[in-house]
Design a protein around this ligand. Structure first.
Ligand SMILES: [Zn+2]
Length: 190
């Protein structure tokens, strides 16, 4: 599972294909993407092992000195937009509806600017779509698991959601498959 803190190099991880196990710091590293994402591969067989997601924007928060008034204003507007976006995002299982019945095979869909989580034709959650939204995918998957537990059998992305879900970062495809397998037992298709 992805970790979001700094001690990632110590994290134990293992390969799903061969027997390799070791600290994340000893896995083979891919190329850092957008300064945020780092993909790790098995040093024995090159299978995708995990994706490290680094906290965004840390260390830049207090660097307002040296910005022109216009730059400062743009920065504040960006921060405001980010806050508004965050306020629309799923954060807790309590925000999800109770859903009677047994097993749930959920879909991750996109309808114009919205990511929708669907059970059959019922939209159980929607929030603004995020480009390269695989980080949201994992967070939302964890919250769905928190709410509905073992009833959830999959969170399957629809074809039309893939462009935004994976974006320009192809390891995100392996990451989404891994999250589905680890949380819901869905078979790897990649
Ligand atoms: Zn391996």
């Amino acid at each position: 599972m992805t970790i979001f803190f700094e001690e990632w190099q110590e994290m134990e991880c293992g390969c799903g294909k061969c027997d390799w196990k070791g600290a994340a710091g000893t896995a083979t590293r891919g190329r850092m993407h957008r300064g945020l994402y780092l993909d790790l591969y098995c040093p024995e067989c090159t299978e995708f092992v995990d994706l490290i997601i680094f906290p965004a924007g840390e260390g830049c928060a207090h660097r307002d000195e040296g910005l022109t008034e216009e730059q400062l204003k743009a920065k504040q507007e960006a921060e405001k937009a980010e806050q508004e976006y965050q306020s629309l995002c799923l954060r807790s299982p309590d925000q999800l509806p109770d859903f009677p019945g047994g097993e749930m095979s959920l879909a991750w869909d996109q309808e114009q600017g919205e990511t929708q989580i669907k059970c059959g034709n019922t939209v159980i959650w929607s929030e603004p779509v995020a480009y390269e939204g695989f980080e949201r995918f994992e967070r939302i998957a964890l919250i769905l698991k928190g709410k509905y537990g073992a009833r959830v059998k999959d969170l399957a992305p629809t074809d039309r959601s893939l462009l935004f879900l994976y974006g320009d970062y192809y390891p995100s495809m392996f990451h989404v498959a891994k999250v589905r397998k680890e949380l819901f037992g869905a078979a790897m298709t990649s």
